[in-house]
Design a protein around this ligand. Structure first.
Ligand code: GLA
Length: 347
């Protein structure tokens, strides 16, 4: 199949955007904190053409064609993301009367690798070309997040869309989610970012994610700060009652870990960076309580197999683990893990 078989015309624009893993700075982006994601070399590709009054899309992975008029409410399918970005553009005052999309994606869905942000950013890039919209990459990320939060109805932060829009493969995107200032920093020489996916279903992910957000907001309110980004002294969180103390401890320490991670990257120190990833994972498990026993076991196994560091990536409650592995150990690392977890998918 292709665009022409589905729609009977040729595409007028095409674009792509990558999935991402987050190396450090987990659950900090909705408290104006720091994050450090890196794009994957797996992309979502979109071909597009103009349309009037409706949005249509065919997903090659799902083998489904969906179409709805502009102004339709979200329905919980993949078309929501496309209607969402068109909605966000129109809300921002751009003249976008509709579009048709043909989607091919290499980014696994439901593994915490931001397949939705990849789709939003790819679609926005295609619409930028199609309708000659004067949009910067940063504006594309902001519009993608707005589509997801306000149209699709998932209260995510800005990390995933910024990684998909501004990240560079082989570099970590150091992003301040308060100001959106960012810098792409090269990963240390001789290391590989490896994604380990056990195919764990994400359990109650959305409800639990929203609950963590609320707990973080409550902790900030009780500490009298605009966001937990403004808490520099870890001792302050001890005045909070459980579980808010643990939640705030994670976010405050995680922001510090990103800053330390940036220093480690500037020095090319993979070992120090890996240790911060392990601390991040342990805090996500113990303080933020978003890990699963299977993810903890996989992180420990990755470390035993020679990784500099490993942690869950994304929101947690399932999804994948990201490991930083010395290039020379890659085959040994993969073989060791596959012997122990035959169902493991390694990206
Ligand atoms: C999801 C969200 C991001 C971020 C992470 C946790 O991926 O989409 O905005 O909050 O969880 O770090």
């Amino acid at each position: 199949m292709g665009f022409r078989e589905v729609f009977g015309t040729l595409p007028e624009a095409s674009a792509q955007a990558p999935g991402r893993v987050n190396l450090l700075g987990e659950h900090t982006d909705y408290q104006e904190g720091y994050v450090l994601p890196t794009p994957l070399s797996y992309f979502t590709q979109v071909e597009a053409a103009k349309a009037e009054g409706r949005v249509e899309a065919y997903s090659e992975e799902l083998k489904e064609l969906r179409a709805r008029p502009l102004g339709s409410p979200a329905q919980g399918d993949f078309l929501d993301y496309l209607l969402g970005v068109v909605w966000a553009l129109r809300e921002a005052g751009y003249k976008v009367p509709g579009a048709r999309f043909y989607i091919r994606s290499q980014v696994p869905m439901g593994a915490g690798l931001s397949s939705s942000a990849a789709l939003e950013v790819a679609a926005l890039r295609a619409l930028r070309t199609l309708y000659r919209l004067p949009l910067s990459d940063k504006e594309i990320a902001v519009l993608g997040q707005r589509a997801e939060v306000e149209y699709v109805g998932v209260r995510c932060g800005i990390m995933d869309q910024m990684a998909a829009s501004l990240g560079e493969v082989g570099k970590a995107l150091f992003l301040d989610t308060r100001t959106l200032d960012h810098e792409n920093l090269p990963l240390p020489p001789g290391v590989r970012v490896v994604v380990l996916d056990l195919g764990l279903e994400r359990r109650l992910a959305e409800a639990s994610y929203n609950q963590r957000r609320q707990e973080a907001e409550e902790a900030a309110r009780r500490l009298g700060v605009r966001s937990l980004r403004d808490v520099a002294d870890l001792c302050l969180v001890e005045s909070l009652s459980p579980p808010l103390d643990k939640r705030a401890r994670h976010i405050v320490a995680e922001n510090l870990r990103v800053l330390q991670g940036v220093e480690a990257l500037r020095k090319g120190n993979a070992k120090a960076f890996g240790e911060l990833m392990v601390q991040s994972h342990r805090s996500l498990a113990q303080n933020y309580e978003v890990s699963l026993p299977e993810l903890d076991t996989l992180v420990e196994a990755a470390l035993e197999a020679g990784a500099y560091g490993a942690k869950l990536t994304g929101a947690g409650f399932g999804g994948a683990v990201v490991a930083l592995v010395p290039e020379g150990l890659r085959d040994h690392f993969q073989n060791t893990l596959l012997a122990r977890f035959p169902q493991l998918r390694i990206l």
